[in-house]
Design a protein around this ligand. Structure first.
Ligand SMILES: *Cc1c(COP(=O)(O)O)cnc(C)c1O
Length: 223
């Protein structure tokens, strides 16, 4: 099946209002343009400089999401154009996004990344630490960043119960923050979870955004 065909197939399974992020990391401009020609506009990359190259080369109505781990010193490269940064995992990174957004007179949308997987390699705040960050004052001072929601990844395992438990923790944290701290923030409305292998589980747990790469483009040769 074509790239456009697979996107259409996935879109057809998504509940109303759920956003598909087509994960285009490692993919060529030609592959991305196939999805673009089929009408898709939201793409996810995990390396800042790759995303900048693609932004420069491709149509300007593409909305670029940074889904990977971000080093603070790379924020400046994407600050002029990035649409949503999924992986805010420290106060330092949050403050740097604010500083760079100010330079470009923008308000940049971000998600707080939560660590719920068993693997040590996955970045993110621990759910028990997120409150410390929220009450730290950084959020009130950083007026050029808008926290739109939560992002997370489940453990890479065939055990669907475990994956559902981990997505359940993300959902709980999202609802908790929405009811508590962000009650007055009408824009706190994104729960980004689910990839090619597990987005069907994430949808059962009310994901509002799924990030899908290999189910659209085929297996990746590199990460
Ligand atoms: C690569 C990646 C994805 C997409 O993974 P697939 O298994 O190819 O769908 C989703 N989210 C993040 C954070 C990723 O790095």
């Amino acid at each position: 099946m074509s790239i456009a065909g697979r996107i259409a197939e996935i879109e057809a399974t998504l509940p109303e209002g759920v956003q598909l992020v087509v994960v285009s990391k490692t993919r060529s401009q030609e592959e991305i343009m196939e999805a673009y020609a089929a009408g898709h506009r939201v793409f996810g990359e995990n390396r800042v400089l790759d995303m900048v190259d693609k932004f420069d080369a491709l149509p300007k109505d593409i909305r670029w999401h940074m889904i990977g781990h971000v080093q603070s010193n790379k924020v400046k490269h994407m600050a002029p154009f990035v649409d949503l940064i999924h992986g805010i995992d420290s106060a330092k990174l949050f403050e740097e996004v604010n500083r760079q957004a100010q330079r470009y007179d923008r308000v940049v949308d971000v998600l707080l990344q939560l660590h719920v997987a068993k693997e040590d390699t996955k970045y993110g705040f621990r759910p028990e630490d997120i409150n410390d960050f929220i009450i730290s004052g950084a959020i009130q001072e950083c007026t050029n960043v808008r926290i739109r929601g939560i992002m997370g990844m489940a453990t890479n395992t065939p055990n669907e119960d475990q994956v559902a438990t981990e997505f359940g923790r993300l959902k709980l944290a999202f609802n908790h923050l929405k009811k508590g701290h962000f009650r007055k923030w009408e824009h706190f409305d994104i729960l980004s979870m689910g990839m090619s292998g597990d987005y069907h589980i994430a949808l059962e747990l009310d994901a509002t955004m799924v990030r899908v790469g290999s189910a659209i483009f085929g297996p990746r040769k590199t990460v």
